[in-house]
Design a protein around this ligand. Structure first.
Ligand code: DAH
Length: 340
């Protein structure tokens, strides 16, 4: 037994941990419940009484040696740490990283989608890389229409039938091809046009399209739906007016103006002193468009509308430089958090 105690003492003195965690392992191995010291103490119970005094003292020395060694090693580790590390309070709550905010375009898009969902519209989506049929032909664009011009549209070189959609009206066609009336969809999405970037134009922007097809849908339904939308978005006082216009896919077609929410219709810089702001195009879906997607134009009629999300955001937030919506400078983006 004396040998065993001596051997342990030597181990204690020779112990040189490589890492701080080894000190704790060593403590458990020596002083733990099933550790070396307890094994020795078990044996100690069995030794002859005359041996007890001397052995007891040796065991005590061993125990002190272990404790001292551990204390010294722990102190060494502590000193190796930088003052900052040893003073670090691990119980303090962490500092939370600032989380981002919703992009103003997403906020406006969500608001518009929500307003129309209250009228029973559901969201439909479509691909950004489209074919000529869904963007132009099925929407009654004649073959020589200037919108098909390379100057306006990004075509895919490998396959001239493929292009980046120039409007979300393509989603109307896809919806009509796949659903039977009644149809009531709102279609948000990104669109692409071959434009030089300036404060008022961008080659990428966002649109929201709406489509309502059923039996006996009239122009009065269109006007009332748009009026409801304008009041929900710009406030109860908002008024609308419709001006005759032209789109290949609607007949009749109109541009919708909303009364200027900044000057209350009196005339200001934003509304160019007219009291009105242009917000969207709309019209009754042309029978050719219904037929192209396999819908019986004798039985069904409908209306459609389309608006630019950036344009609505400009009017809502008074931010007139389009480029700000694409630069993603957080100092700009953070300002819109609590608008809705
Ligand atoms: N697609 C048109 C554009 O990009 C917007 C539009 C106008 C959509 C009238 C419609 C509509 O559905 O009826 O300018």
């Amino acid at each position: 037994m004396i040998h065993k105690i001596e051997a342990l003492l030597q181990q204690v003195e020779a112990f040189k941990p490589q890492a701080a965690a080894e000190i704790e392992e060593f403590r458990v191995r020596m002083l733990g419940r099933k550790g070396e010291l307890n094994i020795v103490l078990e044996e100690f119970k069995k030794v002859a009484p005359e041996m007890k005094r001397e052995l007891g003292q040796r065991i005590n020395n061993l125990k002190n040696a272990i404790n001292e060694r551990i204390a010294t090693l722990r102190e060494e580790v502590e000193q190796q740490q930088t003052p900052e590390e040893s003073q670090r309070d691990m119980t303090r709550p962490g500092t939370a990283d600032a989380i981002g905010s919703r992009h103003p375009i997403s906020l406006v898009k969500n608001e518009i989608v929500e307003i129309f969902s209250r009228l029973g519209y559901t969201v439909a989506e479509g691909p950004e890389i489209e074919d000529d049929w869904h963007v132009f032909s099925a929407l009654n664009f004649p073959p020589e229409h200037p919108a098909r011009d390379m100057q306006d549209t990004f075509f895919i070189q490998k396959n001239p039938d493929l292009l980046l959609r120039t409007h979300t009206s393509s989603i109307q066609v896809r919806t009509m091809e796949h659903q039977k009336p009644p149809i009531r969809v709102i279609c948000p999405g990104r669109v692409f046009r071959n434009e030089a970037i300036s404060y008022r134009a961008h080659c990428i922007f966002h649109q929201i399209e709406g489509l309502y097809i059923d039996e006996n849908v009239s122009f009065a339904d269109l006007k009332q739906s748009i009026l409801y939308f304008a009041k929900e978005l710009f406030g109860e006082k908002a008024q609308i007016r419709l001006r005759p216009s032209y789109f290949p896919f609607t007949e009749p077609s109109a541009e919708v103006d909303v009364s200027c929410n900044l000057c209350g219709g009196k005339g200001c810089n934003v509304c160019k002193h007219t009291g009105w702001l242009e917000i969207m195009g709309c019209g009754m879906v042309d029978p050719n468009v219904l037929e192209a997607s396999g819908i019986d134009s004798k039985k069904y009629s409908g209306f459609a509308f389309g608006m630019g999300v950036e344009r609505i955001a400009m009017l809502k937030f008074g931010v007139k430089d389009l480029r700000l919506y694409f630069e993603n400078d957080v100092r700009f983006l953070r300002q819109f958090d609590s608008v809705f």
